[in-house]
Design a binder for this molecule. Structure first.
Ligand SMILES: Nc1ncnc2c1ncn2[C@@H]1O[C@H](COP(=O)(O)OP(=O)(O)O)[C@@H](O)[C@H]1O
Ligand SMILES: [Mg+2]
Length: 161
């Protein structure tokens, strides 16, 4: 797959909800590509806290200042969605060695399914390398303050639950 013109990349994830770790990755990868599509995976097997529409709205709000970033959602195979978008690359974040193992499996499978699809890995920011949406949800459920780890729009939504 020859790349002509600016690179189009997809940053797929659950984003349930978007955290400062995700946002750091979005900001950094947006500088590397011509167009970044942040895509919420409509995963019917996971029981989400926020609906796909709510997750998209929060993502749109926190990326409003980034001209090259779009927010969308998809279901089915990521590589099929990438094909439909004309995207050549996938962006993913690596926090720990356990991320590395599962991310490598996914990257290799995606390349097998659609040869030429490259996955671009960015290392998590140090301060967010232990941060996950799952952790945010658990702490909030127990009444803890995670305002330093999520955008303010997300923090307000979490408090309103
Ligand atoms: N704190 C963080 N810092 C950097 N990358 C992160 C962080 N949290 C999640 N990511 C990365 O963002 C991507 C999407 O994560 P997530 O929303 O958990 O969706 P998924 O269900 O695909 O794991 C993954 O590549 C994940 O490794
Ligand atoms: Mg995850």
């Amino acid at each position: 797959m020859a790349i002509s013109g600016p690179l189009v990349a997809i940053y797929p994830g659950s984003f349930d909800p978007v955290t400062n770790g995700h946002l750091d990755l979005i900001r950094r990868s947006a500088k590397l590509v011509g167009r970044l599509i942040v895509a919420v995976l409509n995963n019917t097997s996971k029981q989400p806290l926020f609906s796909v529409e709510e997750r998209k709205l929060m993502l749109k709000e926190v990326t409003a200042d980034l001209a090259q970033v779009e927010v969308d959602s998809f279901d089915g195979l990521l590589v099929d969605y990438a094909e439909r978008c004309g995207a050549q690359a996938i962006v993913r974040g690596i926090r720990t060695t356990s991320d590395y193992e599962s991310e490598m499996q996914m990257a290799l499978m995606n390349r097998h399914l659609r040869p030429g699809t490259e996955t671009i890995f960015l290392m998590a920011a140090e301060e967010y390398s232990f941060l996950s949406s799952r952790m945010v949800k658990e702490v909030v459920k127990l009444g803890g303050d995670v305002s330093g780890f999520v955008p303010s729009v997300v923090w307000r939504r979490l408090q309103g639950l």
